[in-house]
Design a protein around this ligand. Sequence first.
Ligand code: URA
Length: 218
Amino acid sequence: MQKINFIKSKYIFSNKPIKRLNNVKNKTELLKKLKLKIENVENCELKKNAKNLVFSSGDHNSSLMLVGEGPGQREDEMGIPFVGDAGKLLDKMLKAINIDRNKTYVTNVVNYRPPNNRKPNQSEINFYSPFLMEHISIINPKIIILLGSCAMETFFGDKTKISNMRGHWKNIIINNRSYLAMVTFHPAYLLRQADQKKKSWIDLKEIKKKINEFKISI
Ligand code: URA
């Protein structure tokens, strides 16, 4: 016998769209649950040494998501990503292409500060990766910017080189959805290597071009 799925009759003739997975209310709930999951992680040295969980900032409905490495000292103190010197440069970089950072969505590969601002190690990246993938799936952005080598390696492996990868659009697939992503230099690296700002500017212009092409209002 043919199996027929039961559909609630009120939806059949309704002009209202059927509730989709990522509607606004649902997003808030899903983000809350994800944050709670990360708050409750066990056996994590990063969490043991950190003051605060650094989850995200910005507009969760944004089409542009930025992924950094991990919180530094200021971020750890405030529980907000990119509030220190690197964050100030990030603001300027986005402003240079007419983007207000508050209209983007920002998170990191790891959500607790690595001691002495060291780069997260592979096992820490692996531990936090499922949370990051879930985070991206909830936000469902059109464009993802991967800031620095840690974010790059999370998606493309530790054999990749930022000098080769930066500035090129790549597709990353998470939970059967494809996202357009670009790797570019981390602002903290640019603070140390000011001569690389020229390349960063090329990347920023390319990002702006894609935003215009996609007609993303930001
Ligand atoms: N660097 C990062 O990668 N993330 C932050 O939140 C701050 C500095």
